[in-house]
Design a protein around this ligand. Structure first.
Ligand code: ADP
Length: 385
């Protein structure tokens, strides 16, 4: 069957009228971010944030209209709040450090409180962030999540790295989430960990163009419209970097804390500082830093070489008053297992790397429990199988 075309979709969406503005949503320029992949369609409808809740029927109507087209398997429309970046508040500018060049935003306030209600059964949300892409943030996030589960916790993974969603692949999950009777999506699951990702809608290598407000809307929907159930901890794999989308997410999602992943290279460490500053700005506690690709384990001779001046993250963590949570070497086994959907934390639980991840996970949970102001009810056990 021929792939449905962008034009067909837009023509169909012209039949959907914005009730308040008495014109169709295409002519009103409200449709953006159209993605077509093997019959799976995604797009955003940009609306004024104040009208958001009232426009759910419009969103549904748009989805249904496109769903009716031949060759369409699934449709996901998200409402995005189209809001200009607020002007900075009057008054003296807050002090900025040399590496801290991101725009200033108010600390998490009522918006975070509102977001908290979006995920009532989830006790803690912890972001895994990096200053730039390619440092192993997703690999670390998935192994951390699986290690938290191995330590006896109920764990979910929110793949908010919507620019490059890799959790479906790393967790070895295929297919699409079911819609439950309560109209929420049932998270996908593998290895005892629940997961939601934009990657379930579009293929990992499909280029997607996301504008700042769309990112947040998609992430909010993955929090609010997914039946996460009762979770001790939801690990949010953040989009890499410290730009506006990341800052907004750090501000609007009720994060209990954040973990920063960095490689030892100086440049990456500079980026890691940006990450730290970003979270501090929005009052999200940084639980610590993990040095990934810390040293190299040679698969041939078994020797260890420190190709990127190992130890940089520890030094910087000390300088910045951040906890150094641990180091993970550059090892083929870590790459092969996570890229093939069997992360080392579950596929080789008795390896030294799996143990290193479990130790980091135990420490992260200890710190999260403190942030939650509760005793570590389910004190993590280090299980060596
Ligand atoms: P990011 O999320 O920061 O963009 P990924 O987690 O996707 O990075 O990792 C990028 C690549 O590096 C992947 O192929 C991954 O398997 C590999 N990788 C990550 N950490 C390690 C490690 N410690 N040892 C070997 N390969 C790694």
């Amino acid at each position: 069957m021929a792939e449905v075309t962008e034009q067909q979709i837009l023509d169909t969406l012209k039949t959907v009228t914005d009730p308040d503005r008495q014109a169709d949503i295409v002519s009103l320029d409200m449709v953006s971010g159209l993605v077509i992949k093997d019959g799976n369609i995604g797009f955003a409808i940009e609306v004024d944030p104040d009208r958001g809740p009232a426009l759910e029927p419009l969103r549904k109507a748009a989805e249904q209209a496109v769903q009716a087209l031949d060759g369409v398997l699934s449709v996901t429309a998200v409402l995005t709040a189209h809001r200009e970046t607020p002007a900075p508040a009057a008054g003296p500018a807050p002090r900025q450090s040399a590496v801290d060049s991101e725009p200033q935003r108010p600390a998490a306030g009522p918006a975070a409180q509102a977001a908290k209600r979006l995920v009532p059964g989830v006790r803690a949300i912890v972001a895994v962030a990096s200053g730039k892409g390619g440092v192993g943030k997703s690999t670390t996030a998935v192994n951390l999540a699986l290690s938290l589960a191995a330590n006896g916790l109920k764990v979910g993974v929110l793949d908010s790295d919507i620019y490059g969603p890799s959790m479906p692949r790393m967790l070895g999950i295929r297919g699409k989430p079911d819609v439950l009777d309560n109209k929420k999506l049932k998270p996908m699951e593998n290895y005892g960990v629940k997961c939601m990702s934009m990657g379930f809608l579009v293929e990992e290598d499909t280029p997607m163009i996301w504008r700042g407000p769309m990112v947040m809307s998609a992430i909010e929907q993955m929090l609010r419209d997914v039946d996460w159930g009762e979770l001790d901890i939801l690990i949010a794999d953040m989009p890499p970097g410290t730009g506006d989308a990341q800052l907004t997410m750090a501000q609007r999602v009720p994060l209990t804390g954040a973990v920063i992943v960095s490689t030892p290279q100086d440049i990456a460490l500079l980026d890691a500082r940006k990450g730290l500053n970003m979270f501090r700005k929005v009052d999200v506690p940084v639980l610590g830093i993990i040095e990934n690709m810390s040293y190299f384990n040679c698969p041939h001779c078994g020797g260890r070489s420190e190709i990127f001046s190992h130890g940089g993250a520890k030094k910087v963590a000390e300088e910045l008053g951040m906890e150094f949570l641990g180091e993970i070497p550059l090892d083929m086994a870590i790459r092969e297992t996570s890229d093939s959907g069997q992360p080392i934390a579950v596929s080789r639980p008795d390896s030294e790397h799996a143990e290193a991840y479990r130790k980091i996970a135990a420490r992260v949970w200890e710190k999260v429990s403190k942030e939650l102001d509760e005793p570590a009810r389910q004190a993590p056990r280090i299980v060596i199988q």
